[in-house]
Design a protein around this ligand. Structure first.
Ligand SMILES: *[C@@H]1O[C@H](CO)[C@@H](O)[C@H](O)[C@H]1NC(C)=O
Ligand SMILES: *[C@@H]1O[C@H](CO)[C@@H](O)[C@H](O)[C@H]1NC(C)=O
Length: 384
C-alpha cells in the first residue's frame, strides 16, 4: 500500500504505474501458457489429413478452410474452430496437430484430436460390427501425450510447472461413438446402453491426465445432434411429433442430453476424488441450442438447419454429394449459416460457442482465463 502524503503522482511515478499495468495486462494471457486438445472433428486442426487416411479426408478439399485460412488445413469447417478461438483468447499460437510436426512446435501445446475419433477403442466397435473411421481413439491420443511429455519439459519439476499452467481440453469426444452406430442402423436403446462405457472412457482419460500432472481440464458435452442436417436428412421422419419447435429431432437431442447428464454426474465424482484439480464442464449443448432457437437474432439469416456446403435436399445434405466433392456447392456467405457441411458448424457458429464458453455462463465452474487479475477466491485453487 502507498504511504500517505501527497496524493498527486509525479510524472515518473505515473509512467511507472502505467508500465506496471501494461506488464500486468500482458501477463493475463500468461495464465495458461499451453493448451492440450484431445477429441474429434470438432477440434482436429490437421491430424486426420496428416494421417493419410485418404478414404475419409474429405476436408482436404476446397471450400474447407475458405473463410479464414484461405486453404484446406484439415479443419472440418470454413474457418477456425472453438480450440482456435480459445488459443486466441489465451494469446497463444494456434495449436499444431500432433501428427507430422516436431516437438519444437509444441511449446504452447499440442492438438491430438482426430476427425472421426471415438472415446472407446476400435475393438469395442469391431466386436459390435460397427465400422469406425479412424482407430485414433481417445486412448490412443492419451498414449501420444504420454510418449511426448518427457520431450516437452526437462525435469519432473519443470513438467509439473508446465502441466499446472496448461489448459487441457478433453473433448468434445463421444459424438462418433454414437454417430457411427446410429447411421449404421443401431437403435436408440442399443445406443443408450453404450453411453456409460463412453463416459467411463472419458473419465479414465481425465484421471490419467490428472495423474500425469494436469490441473485444469475443460470437458465439453455433446452438441444437440438432432439439429444436425446429416441426421435430419438420414433419419427424417413422417411424424411431426418427432420434431421440436426449432425443427430438430427431439429424440436425438434427448439422447445428447442423456450423455451430457451422465458426463456431468461423472465429473462431479471426479471433482470429489481430485479436489486439487479444476474440472470444468463446457455446456456445448445449451450454447449451441441458442443458434437453433434464435438464428435470426444472432445474424444467421441463411438458416440454422440448412448446411452452407452440400449437394442439395431439404437440409442441403446429400450423402451422394457431400461438401468438398463433385455435385456439392457452397453458399456465398458462410457467416450467415450455423452449419457448414451437414455435420460440422461454420466458423461463425464456433465463434458463438467459444464466446459463450469464455465470456458467458456456459461453463461449470466458470473458466477464468484472466486469472492473474481476478484470482479465484477458493484457497484450494492452484493459482491462488
Ligand atoms: C490404425 O490405422 C492406420 C491407418 O489408418 C493403420 O496404418 C494402423 O496400423 C492402425 N493401427 C492399429 C493399431 O490398428
Ligand atoms: C444428390 O446428389 C446426387 C449426385 O450429385 C444427385 O444426382 C441428386 O440429385 C442429389 N439429390 C438432391 C436431393 O439434390
Amino acid at each position: 500500500m502507498a504511504s500517505s502524503g501527497s496524493t498527486i503522482m509525479s510524472k515518473p511515478t505515473l509512467i511507472t504505474v502505467l508500465l506496471l499495468l501494461l506488464v500486468q495486462i500482458n501477463t493475463i494471457t500468461g495464465c495458461y501458457t499451453s493448451l492440450f486438445q484431445f477429441g474429434d472433428s470438432l477440434a482436429d486442426t490437421g491430424n486426420l489429413l496428416l494421417s493419410r487416411n485418404d478414404e475419409h479426408s474429405y476436408m482436404r478439399n476446397y471450400p474447407y478452410g475458405e473463410t479464414f485460412f484461405k486453404r484446406p488445413t484439415g479443419r472440418c469447417s470454413d474457418g477456425r474452430l472453438v480450440v482456435d478461438f480459445i488459443a486466441e483468447a489465451l494469446g497463444i499460437s494456434l495449436m499444431p496437430p500432433y501428427l507430422g510436426h516436431s516437438n519444437q512446435d509444441f511449446k504452447q501445446g499440442v492438438n491430438f484430436a482426430v476427425v472421426g475419433a471415438t472415446a472407446l477403442d476400435l475393438a469395442f466397435f469391431e466386436e459390435k460390427g460397427v465400422h469406425v473411421y479412424t482407430n485414433y481413439s481417445l486412448g490412443v491420443q492419451l498414449e501420444w501425450f504420454k510418449q511426448l511429455l518427457p520431450s516437452l519439459c526437462a525435469s519432473p519439476s519443470r513438467c509439473r510447472d508446465m502441466l499446472s499452467n496448461s489448459l487441457f481440453l478433453v473433448g468434445e469426444i463421444g459424438g462418433n461413438d454414437y454417430n457411427n452406430p446410429f447411421l449404421q442402423g443401431k437403435s436408440v436403446q442399443e445406443l443408450r446402453a453404450i453411453v456409460p462405457h463412453v463416459i467411463e472412457a472419458i473419465s479414465s482419460t481425465i484421471t490419467a491426465l490428472i495423474d500425469e500432472g494436469a490441473v485444469t481440464l475443460m470437458v465439453p458435452g455433446n452438441l444437440p445432434i438432432g439439429c444436425s442436417p446429416s441426421y435430419l436428412t438420414v433419419l427424417e421422419s413422417e411424424n411431426k411429433d418427432d420434431y421440436d419447435a426449432n425443427g430438430c429431432l427431439s429424440w436425438l437431442n434427448e439422447f445428447s442430453q442423456f450423455h451430457n447428464q451422465l458426463l456431468q454426474n461423472e465429473l462431479n465424482r471426479l471433482r470429489e476424488a481430485h479436489p486439487h484439480a479444476t474440472i470444468i464442464y463446457a455446456d456445448y449443448y445449451n450454447v449451441a441450442m441458442e443458434l437453433y432457437q434464435f438464428p435470426n437474432k444472432l445474424g444467421f439469416t441463411g438458416g440454422a438447419l440448412t448446411a452452407c456446403c452440400g449437394g442439395g435436399g431439404p437440409y442441403n445434405y446429400n450423402v451422394s454429394a457431400k461438401c468438398g466433392y463433385q455435385g456439392s456447392t457452397a453458399c456465398v456467405d458462410p457467416s450467415l449459416f450455423v452449419n457448414w457441411d451437414g455435420v460440422h458448424l461454420t466458423e461463425r457458429a464456433y465463434n458463438h460457442i467459444s464466446t459463450g464458453i469464455l465470456n458467458g455462463p456456459f461453463t461449470t465452474p466458470r473458466i477464468n482465463i484472466g486469472c492473474i487479475l481476478s484470482k479465484p477466491q477458493n484457497d484450494d485453487h492452484p493459482y491462488s
